[in-house]
Write a protein that binds this ligand. Sequence first.
Ligand SMILES: Nc1ncnc2c1ncn2[C@@H]1O[C@H](COP(=O)(O)OP(=O)(O)OP(=O)(O)O)[C@@H](O)[C@H]1O
Length: 201
Amino acid sequence: MISFDNVTLKYSTGTIFENLSFSVQAGSKVCITGHSGTGKSSVLKIIQGYVKPHSGSVQVGGMKLGRDTVKDIRSQIAYVPQNINLPVSNGDELTRMLNVSSKRRDVELLMGQLGLEKEMFVRPFDEMSGGQKQRVVIAVCLSLDRDIVLLDEPTSSLDDDAILKLLKVVSGLKDKTVISSSHHHEWGAAMEQEVRLGVQG
Ligand SMILES: Nc1ncnc2c1ncn2[C@@H]1O[C@H](COP(=O)(O)OP(=O)(O)OP(=O)(O)O)[C@@H](O)[C@H]1O
């Protein structure tokens, strides 16, 4: 389970949200929705201990997030950020960097389910569209087989058909907790649970 208990986030720029509470059961598929700047990406960063809230507490997989637990918590998580800047040039190199080169077949299978040709595994990222690169990275991250998958704006560069394919893949991850952020109402509505940011009252 993942839970936020009265979490308040403040940056130097101001308060982003106050007293945010929600809980996500293990295995659930959840979408964080809200307008630009309401803190969706920040929630995903808080879960991983990359951003520290001003107050409140966060639990991930039975552990209270803190200095002593952050390493264990991160080891349960696969994270695909919104802006993907990688020190590798293609999917093949990414699997090697993450020590999952033995999972090549799984990655290619997932890529097929996401609507990509196998050859995309070795194609340089800088010769791909944003949506193609994003799906290769998602396929590699899913092959890590972590219990928790965090996808920041996975639909932002995808067309309707690719979104449907991704939805099918995410829904099929039976034992995994998947938390995504999205502007897309349809994506949010298709998830089992929606956490809305920036809503008053
Ligand atoms: N490190 C930081 N320091 C100061 N302000 C920040 C920092 N990171 C984010 N912010 C601000 O916090 C707010 C929330 O940012 P965040 O990226 O979490 O929002 P978001 O809902 O994911 O936005 P978007 O939908 O545009 O991606 C924004 O106003 C942003 O400018």
